[in-house]
Design a protein around this ligand. Structure first.
Ligand SMILES: [Zn+2]
Length: 114
């Protein structure tokens, strides 16, 4: 019998899947790894593995499933970034160039402004 806390937990799992989907789809479709830190994902991978072990040991089904999904998504993203590392899609490249131009303008204004 499923109870309210488990319903809320599985709803949370759905949100996790929805949160990962755009990143994974963008990586697979555009081969773009803009803004992804492999160091951060490596730490999240270790963290998720530890949480998964903990969740299995305390026999928490919701926490076990969410950590398993986290682990699979993190490993998938990490492998895709390693495969496509350095590639940036046109949209992200233009965004990066826009930020760089803004920074140059701003630092130039400070340098020459006073
Ligand atoms: Zn991109």
């Amino acid at each position: 019998m499923i109870n309210l806390p488990e319903i809320l937990g599985f709803a949370g799992i759905g949100v996790v899947v929805i949160a990962y989907a755009p990143q994974i789809i963008h990586l697979r479709k555009e081969h773009c790894s803009a803004g992804i830190s492999l160091k951060a994902y490596s730490l999240w991978c270790v963290s998720s593995a530890l949480f998964l072990i903990h969740a299995v040991m305390i026999r928490d089904i919701v926490f076990s499933v969410v950590q398993l999904i986290n682990l699979v998504a993190i490993i998938d993203i990490t492998l895709l970034v390693k495969r496509y590392g350095g590639y940036v899609c046109l949209r992200h490249l233009q965004a990066q160039q826009g930020r760089t131009a803004t920074r140059r303008t701003f630092s130039g204004a400070r340098r020459y402004g006073g």
